[in-house]
Design a binder for this molecule. Structure first.
Ligand code: CP3
Length: 343
């Protein structure tokens, strides 16, 4: 098996830097768009044959060192009793968002092995289809990011409703995040049992919080998930956007590898996290829209900052944008593989 991704997660030496891309399957790919003409995003997620085919598209087309399960962060909402759908051009929309403590108490606990059994079936199918070509990454959401979608009802720029709920109803907030932590720990353990070989926990919007608020309102809940998964024998990646001010706290909450965005140079982020952790990142996804020479030089800069130290996984600082040229992504992966920077 190509195991350089798993080796880097464990901070072991590798032949060349492993690379994969958040949202490596998606709208920038013609094959994906063709499938989306026939099926909704939720239909693809619900059907193991389709979700598996989409997961494999980038593995076939791009020199990536890992596959990431094609699914969505918000799938657990439905069995919890939060009705959601994706609205074209707007993203997720929750019909009955959480606004009061009573809404939290109405949420249902569920067994992910039943309610999300189709995701686990996709994982089993993928492990067979991948046949150890590259490892498979599973994923889930950290409580703050999950709660922010549940409360906002959709995307937000200020997270005003989320923060107001947090400050005004702290008991209900902790109840809500405790439920997300319990569900996510179970769901991710089930993904590991089904066969994922690494797990990434997305706390995409944690960077919206001040450091003290992160410590009070998010960290203890995220930590419960990492603590529950720590003995499972698979590497854990902890990712957030705009987390420069809270990187040490993110590492305290858990994760063998910390995923960072592009705002801070990689070496500075790694020093802050501590070299006893791996680091994942951190090319600005927008760079891929520009000239290929600029893509290469920006990638070189990321690798120079990683300094050949074991434990770097090359990725973008966030997901591939829908307008990205596929050949830039292909050339970038090849370029990263062609370089070996010594410390
Ligand atoms: O990375 C991958 O290739 C795996 C697939 C994946 C999807 N969602 C499929 C998807 C992953 C890892 C996710 C995680 C996810 N989902 C996150 C965390 C990652 C992040 O971006 O910070 C979040 C916040 C969500 C919720 C979500 N799903 C939003 C906000 C949106 C709309 C945003 C947009 O780009 O339009 C989605 C839709 C979604 N999930 C798409 C994909 C490929 C868009 C494609 C489509 O509509 O067909």
């Amino acid at each position: 098996m190509n195991d350089r991704f798993l080796r880097a997660c464990r901070r072991e030496p590798v032949d060349v830097t492993p690379v994969w891309f958040m949202r490596q399957a998606g709208r920038y790919m013609e094959d994906y768009r063709a499938l989306r003409h026939r099926y909704s995003l939720l239909q693809i997620c619900a059907e193991p044959e389709l979700a598996s085919a989409v997961t494999l598209q980038p593995v076939d087309l791009i020199e990536v060192d890992a596959a990431i399960l094609f699914s969505d962060l918000l799938l657990p909402f439905t069995p919890m009793g939060l009705d959601f759908d994706f609205v074209k051009g707007e993203g997720p929309s929750i019909a009955n968002p959480i606004r009061h403590a009573a809404d939290v108490r109405r949420l249902r606990a569920f067994d992910p092995r039943e309610a999300l059994g189709h995701v686990l079936d996709t994982i089993k199918l993928l492990r067979r289809e991948l046949a150890n070509r590259v490892p498979l990454i599973g994923f889930g959401g950290a409580p703050f990011t999950m709660a922010s979608y549940a409360i906002e009802g959709g995307p937000s720029t200020t997270y005003a409703k989320t923060k107001t709920f947090m400050y005004a109803q702290p008991d209900a907030w902790h109840d809500l995040c405790g439920r997300f932590a319990a569900i996510m720990a179970e769901y991710l353990a089930a993904q590991i049992d089904a066969g994922v070989q690494a797990v990434q926990i997305f706390d995409s919007w944690a960077g919206q919080l001040s450091r003290v608020d992160y410590q009070e309102f998010a960290l203890p809940h995220t930590k419960r998930i990492f603590d529950a998964l720590a003995g499972k024998g698979v590497p854990l990646i902890h990712f957030g956007v705009g987390t420069t001010a809270i990187l040490r706290d993110l590492a305290t909450a858990g994760g063998d590898v910390i995923g960072v965005d592009w705002r801070q140079p990689l070496d500075e982020a790694w020093a802050q996290v501590g070299h006893d952790h791996g680091i994942q990142g951190n090319l600005d996804p927008t760079v891929l829209l520009g000239p290929i020479e600029r893509v290469f030089s920006a990638a070189d800069e990321v690798l120079r900052r990683a300094g050949g130290r074991p434990g770097h996984i090359f990725n973008l600082g966030h997901g591939v944008l829908p307008t990205t040229p596929l050949d830039h992504v292909q050339q970038l992966a090849k370029h990263v593989h062609g370089l070996r920077l010594k410390a």
